[in-house]
Write a protein that binds this ligand. Structure first.
Ligand code: AR6
Length: 204
């Protein structure tokens, strides 16, 4: 079965916990963040984000899972989009998925260390995905950990780019989105988000 938005718990920071927050509290962002560990293809939200490749024609990892669950019509629509550059995002229907839309974004491929250009590209993935969602009036968006699988971006660095970019986007556009879900798949990634969320969405 699918998992409805109301069944995805809202993340709330513990108050009074002394963390070296990187951002000040913004009460307008209260109850807009979730940390969910599981299969993104099951989420009945307005939009799920796909960590795709430039061809948009499918692949392994979360991309393979999304295409399998959505069915062949997804690939047909993707083919009509004629590729996607690194850091950009394109939207399609969800077809057999419980999500209404799939936002396909292409993360940077890391070989060796993370360069500034790759860091910027990862941030663009998150920002352009959120921009694309709001253009379609999608109010709930779930992200996988873009680039941190096959594309080799160190997850302990990627989490900061993901959280900072979502925080900055929500600061400017909180009225356009009800919920942003960080859909992690690996327990180690859940722990990274659990540790770092209070730095970007502090309680007080
Ligand atoms: N739900 C949520 N997250 C998942 C799922 C799932 N069903 N399956 C895997 N993940 P990856 P990338 C997590 O490799 O690094 C493809 O071949 C996984 O644990 O899917 O951006 C594309 O076509 C990891 O945390 O994406 C590209 O060629 C995260 O999804 C290439 O892989 C991303 O891992 C993109 O590589």
């Amino acid at each position: 079965g699918s998992v409805q938005l109301d069944d995805i718990p809202v993340w709330t920071p513990a108050s009074g916990v002394s963390v070296r927050a990187r951002y000040q509290k913004n009460e307008k962002l209260d109850r807009k963040i979730s940390l969910y560990c599981g299969d993104i293809t099951k989420l009945e939200v307005d939009a799920i984000v796909n960590a795709a490749n430039k061809t948009l024609l499918g692949g392994g990892g979360v991309d393979g899972a999304i295409h399998r669950a959505a069915g062949p019509m997804l690939k047909k629509e993707c083919a009509s989009l004629h590729c996607c550059e690194t850091g950009e995002a394109k939207i399609t229907g969800g077809y057999g998925l419980p999500a209404k839309y799939v936002i396909h974004t292409v993360g940077p491929i890391i070989q060796g260390g993370v360069e500034e250009e790759e860091r910027r590209a990862l941030r663009s993935c998150y920002k352009n995905s959120l921009q694309t969602a709001t253009e379609k009036a999608a109010r709930s968006v779930a992200f996988p950990c873009i680039s941190t699988g096959i594309y080799g971006y160190p997850p302990e660095q990627a989490v900061h780019e993901a959280l900072a970019t979502v925080r900055e986007y929500l600061d400017a556009h909180h009225d356009k989105l009800d919920r942003v879900i960080f859909c992690v798949f690996l327990p180690a990634d859940k722990e990274l988000y659990r540790q770092n969320l209070p730095l970007y969405f502090p309680a007080d």
